[in-house]
Design a binder for this molecule. Structure first.
Ligand code: GAL
Length: 680
């Protein structure tokens, strides 16, 4: 288990470094990420370089037995670069330039930026590739953070090249983008632009391609640095830190190129759905490289500086959040950052070593946690069979479904997390994957709001059902092709046959009111007055057994051509029409379709039935409210996130103490790792 933090020694005089190293040992730090924002120190002028200080820091760490995750320092170019080479700077959609003075102000498409970054990385790689302290490489930092999209001349040129590679000729581009609409036809490549400021709705296929292009630009920057590091003979793993479900970066397409997935996670202590949302993030990271551990590359020891209000974590919350990462596949826990900054925009951000010193709760918790993690026996690798449920979450679909001009406005991540929540509450392990990665290791696949469905994805979902899996799709799924165009013949053109249903119309419902949203999140009293959801926000549907469920967002008008109707809309624009259907296949596979977004109780009911049909069991049955479990091979992690003590029974022995776990009362924030005979 690796343990450590971002270390920014260039912010401190050298005599502090010795104290740092001593304290790191006290806190059981094994590894630090070094030099992430050091470019202006390493290359103070265009022609001068200074590696001596870095040699000295690495030397001190090495002597103390602390490993280095060496950063390539390319995330924040020095001021001289913007002055000498303004073509490195990013530009917004209105043409305004982003200048230095903060960080991450460069265009990833700029050939000059890439050339200067390559020069720096070459020097670092050649100098340190064989240094025994360097255990890993940290390329750039949080690609796309702060500047998810940019529109410089460099980006424009690169975008045209990217499109030429994707489509070949201008005629193919016109076809893919549907430019016969609104006189948008392009005669030559010079007319093609990034989606710049325009008076009204822009071409959705162009917007979608710009998302793809930007994500590919960050990946190209990563690959260029990775190749330089490898060419210098480095054999250590190479990574770049991700940010969970970060919309601008299609991590599912990046993952194959990254040796070990590393993630930054900053949950808001005030988020009532925090444990669910962080569990989702960890499972998403684990699913990027199934069967391999990942590293939590950044979390805060306590408060951050960048929200409107930056509240502290509760006592024990840091350890509980750490246990959640470990239980869901992390083999290393790191913080931003080691020592709290004295100056700069992040001086109020917490750190392992706070400004107020070692008498603090933060220091005591973080250093004790280091000791605890060090005492853990080696954990099993996450295993394929840990999760039998695949929840489909797809970046291209995310980009496309949130384009404007749709029947309603959808927050794809929130909606998918609600489906995830119903599984999480029941203690069921979930893989979070694009449709192509649903496979026969899964028994149940859930694909909500899969508006953009690629041919390969549809083929994988169909194969899954035909080989005996249980699939639940909908609502608003299988509507457009990879270029955001309707498929000819209507909707559900790919999954319709397997589902046995046709889709006549979407019948969007008014968006749930603020109160309704708060109710879903568990933060509002049901009868809080004023803006209580009006009856038109939701519809009611009746299941055959007499249960009534509620649905929001859509009440789709479905034809159950070759499917059993499990529930019918009772109210709303599709009253009397099918709401939930199932087609049972000869293989034993089942294809379910749901024409609305069930409310939390409805989701729980639907999930309960799906789990039953797919014979998927939770890690532990009947969890008390607020208690989470996860499986990692034969280790079960249990955490009480709730405000009161809760009793849980798990057969097995506790990893840290070797004692039988049995039935145990867990205090709020208490957790345990239990070696257990339970299997999936
Ligand atoms: C991350 C970043 C760190 C630090 C941290 C503060 O996004 O990688 O350098 O700024 O946020 O929470």
């Amino acid at each position: 288990m690796l343990y450590g933090a971002d270390y920014n020694p260039e912010q401190w005089p050298e005599h502090v470094w010795d104290e740092d190293v001593e304290r790191m040992r006290e806190a059981s730090v094994t590894t630090v990420s070094l030099g992430i924002f050091s470019w202006s120190r390493l290359q103070p002028t265009p022609t001068t370089w200074d590696f001596d200080w870095l040699d000295r820091v690495i030397g001190k760490l090495h002597e103390a037995g602390i490993g280095v995750n060496l950063a390539t320092a390319t995330a924040s170019p020095p001021p001289w670069m913007s002055v000498e080479h303004p073509d490195v700077l990013a530009v917004d959609e209105n043409g305004a330039t982003y200048w230095h003075g903060s960080r991450q102000h460069y265009s990833p498409a700029s050939p000059t930026y890439r050339r200067l970054a390559a020069q720096l990385v070459t020097k670092l790689a050649e100098r340190y590739a064989h240094h025994p302290a360097v255990v890993m490489w940290h390329v750039n930092n949080e690609y796309g953070c702060h500047l998810p999209s940019e529109y410089s001349d460099a980006a424009q040129t690169a975008f045209r090249g990217w499109l030429q590679k994707r489509y070949g000729g201008i005629a193919e581009l016109n076809d893919a983008w549907g430019t016969a609409f609104w006189s948008q036809r392009y005669g030559q490549w010079e007319e093609v632009m990034p989606p710049l400021k325009a008076p009204y709705s822009r071409n959705p296929a162009q917007l979608l391609d710009y998302h793809r292009f930007m994500s590919d630009m960050w990946l190209e920057c990563y690959l260029a640095e990775r190749d330089i590091i490898r060419a210098a003979g480095a054999t250590q793993p190479i990574s770049t830190n991700m940010m969970g479900a970060f919309k601008p970066g299609n991590y599912q397409s990046w993952a194959p190129h990254i040796d070990v997935i590393t993630d930054d996670c900053y949950p808001d202590p005030l988020d009532p759905q925090r444990p669910r949302n962080t569990a989702f993030q960890r499972d998403l990271m684990r699913s990027l490289k199934p069967g391999t551990p990942w590293l939590l590359m950044e979390q805060a020891t306590d408060a951050v500086n960048w929200r409107r209000t930056n509240v502290s974590k509760q006592d024990g919350q840091l350890a509980a959040e750490t246990a959640q990462s470990v239980g869901r596949g992390a083999d290393g826990i790191f913080y931003f950052q080691w020592r709290q900054s004295r100056a700069g925009a992040e001086k109020f951000h917490s750190a392992m070593l706070p400004h107020a010193g070692t008498r603090t709760r933060t220091w005591q918790e973080a250093s004790a946690l280091g000791g605890q993690l060090a005492a853990l026996p080696e954990l099993p690798q996450p295993k394929d069979e840990d999760a039998r449920v695949a929840l489909v979450f797809d970046w291209e679909n995310w980009w496309a479904i949130e384009n404007p001009d749709h029947p309603t406005t959808l927050d794809y991540l929130s909606l998918v997390r609600e489906w995830y929540g119903a599984l999480h509450r029941r203690g069921v392990m979930v893989d979070i994957v694009p449709p192509e990665q649903v496979s026969d290791r899964h028994h149940l696949a859930i694909a909500p709001f899969l508006y953009l469905l690629r041919d390969e994805g549809a083929a994988a979902l169909t194969r899954f059902v035909e080989s005996g899996g249980v699939l639940c799709a909908g609502p608003f799924s299988d509507i457009v092709d990879a270029n955001d165009r309707f498929r000819l013949g209507g909707f559900l053109q790919q999954l319709g046959p397997v589902l046995g249903v046709g889709l006549e119309d979407f019948r969007a419902l008014p968006l749930p009111t603020a109160t309704a949203i708060a109710e879903r999140a568990g933060t509002a009293e049901i009868d809080s007055g004023g803006d209580h959801p009006s009856s038109s926000d939701h519809v009611e549907l009746d299941l055959a057994d007499g249960t009534t469920l509620r649905g929001t967002h859509f009440a789709e008008a479905l034809w159950a051509d070759d499917a059993e109707v499990l529930a019918t809309f009772r109210t709303g624009p599709s009253a009397t029409r099918p709401a939930l259907t199932r087609r049972v296949h000869e293989s034993g596979g089942q294809a379910w379709y749901v024409g609305t977004m069930p409310d939390p109780a409805g989701l729980d009911a639907v999930i309960g039935r799906l789990l039953h049909e797919a014979s998927v069991a939770p890690v532990i049955e009947n969890l008390p409210e607020g208690v989470e479990v996860a499986r990692r091979g034969d280790v079960v992690t249990v955490i009480n996130h709730g405000p009161t003590a809760a009793t849980v029974s798990i057969p097995g022995t506790e990893l840290l103490t070797g004692e039988e776990f049995g039935s145990r009362e867990l205090a709020p924030q208490e957790f345990a790792f239990v070696k257990s005979a339970i299997t999936s």
